[in-house]
Design a protein around this ligand. Structure first.
Ligand SMILES: Nc1ncnc2c1ncn2[C@@H]1O[C@H](COP(=O)(O)OP(=O)(O)O)[C@@H](O)[C@H]1O
Ligand code: SF4
Ligand SMILES: [Mg+2]
Length: 356
């Protein structure tokens, strides 16, 4: 999808009330060729009320991260360490990776809703939409009659007419099915919705409608939304901050407007260079040379070095940490802006004098 740069001008105010803090999360897969370290030491804090994007090429670990946040990792995957602290509105933080199963079940959907990749195809083909809402809500303790009564209101929140409740999934377009799935996810008024590739496989106009729907929901209901997408244009249109993943790690996390104005990490620069610009008038499709590495054999030092045009011997040897963007005074009212690249923190070792 092409980027409409005008949307980047309307950045929303940020807050610094943490909602979810991911700490040194590691999620591995047992494979025939060894242990695949798909998520390998992710640290990331999501703020209450923000829309956070998780970006990066296919295979960089986005879905593995989203799954693990709600302890939905299944074999051959396993969580090898770390914490995911959820901060409820009232009460102490809860580590989602160690809380007991019953409590986790209550938190899922009630507080933390997850829309897996491709879930619009998981609607039951032989059940009317309203019955699917009622079933899902009853499973989480809602009274059947109250659930039934709430369906039109939920449909209206995603701009679907009440009659949709009486239809079967095959009577809906892809965009309508995706909006039904979003309406189900918000049915219990969660604090956070995690949506994995919510616009993938939809045509461009429908993508726009889904993005608009999600943005409206955040503005109306104040919920936080995590958008997982390989499509930088989706992040440009929707999110407040974007976290860019490469080879199982976060390499840059900053407000989206700044990322598009001046991407810091060479990988982010490549991702932005790899998408069509502004209404199709200036199309740059430079892409990123080389291919993503294999999670069973991450390169030593900076994992991006085999593909990076700035790489030096220092990058081959030393792994860059995710550190605050240099030259920016820390703003206590805003979440930190971070980048993991020696160009910014070890310019001298890189043999550079321009700080870049
Ligand atoms: N079930 C699995 N078994 C083995 N490896 C997997 C499995 N699922 C994902 N992976 C590997 O983990 C890495 C990250 O995958 P994924 O989280 O799906 O990436 P993304 O969502 O960014 O496309 C990829 O290299 C992928 O091949
Ligand atoms: S640390 Fe070196 S190889 Fe890695 S992104 Fe920065 S310049 Fe490129
Ligand atoms: Mg994925």
């Amino acid at each position: 999808m092409a980027i409409d740069q005008s949307v980047l001008l309307g950045e929303r105010p940020s807050t610094v009330t943490p909602l979810v803090e991911i700490e040194d999360l590691r999620v591995f897969y047992r494979t025939v060729s060894g242990i695949g370290r798909a998520v390998d030491g992710v640290n990331l804090t999501m703020q209450r009320g923000e829309i956070l994007g998780i970006a990066g090429e296919s295979g960089c670990g986005k879905s593995t991260l989203a799954n693990a946040m709600l302890r939905l990792t299944r074999p051959p995957g396993y969580i090898n360490g770390g914490h995911v602290h959820f901060h409820p509105r009232n009460g102490d933080p809860i580590d989602l990776l160690t809380v007991d199963d019953g409590a986790l079940r209550r938190l899922r959907w009630n507080n933390l809703a997850y829309i897996p990749q491709g879930s619009m195809n998981s609607l039951n083909p032989v059940m009317r939409i309203s019955d699917q809402f009622v079933d899902a809500m009853q499973e989480h303790g809602y009274d059947g009659r109250a659930a039934q009564a709430k369906v039109p209101e939920l449909l209206q929140m995603v701009n679907l007419a009440p009659y949709v409740a009486r239809l079967y999934p095959h009577e809906l377009s892809g965009g309508m099915k995706q909006r039904v799935i979003i309406a189900m996810a918000i049915s219990l008024d969660p604090d956070l919705v995690i949506a994995d590739e919510p616009t993938t496989a939809l045509d461009v106009n429908v993508q726009r409608i889904i993005i608009q729907t999600l943005a409206e929901l955040r503005d109306r209901l104040g919920m936080s939304i995590m958008i997982v997408s390989h499509d930088m244009a989706v992040h440009a249109e929707l999110v407040d901050r974007v976290a860019v993943m490469y080879a199982g790690q976060i390499v840059e996390v900053r407000p989206v407007r700044q990322v598009f104005k001046e991407p810091l990490h060479p990988y982010t620069q490549g991702l932005i260079g790899a998408i069509p610009q502004v209404g199709g008038t200036r199309v740059r499709l430079e892409g990123i040379g080389g291919s993503a590495p294999n999670p069973t054999q991450w390169p030593e030092g900076c994992r991006f070095h085999p593909r990076c045009r700035f790489a030096t011997a220092y990058c081959h040897a030393v792994h860059p940490e995710l550190l605050p963007e240099p030259g920016k005074a820390a703003d206590p009212q805003a979440p930190p802006a971070l980048v993991a690249c020696h160009l910014y923190h070890h310019a001298a070792e890189m043999g550079r004098t321009d700080g870049r």
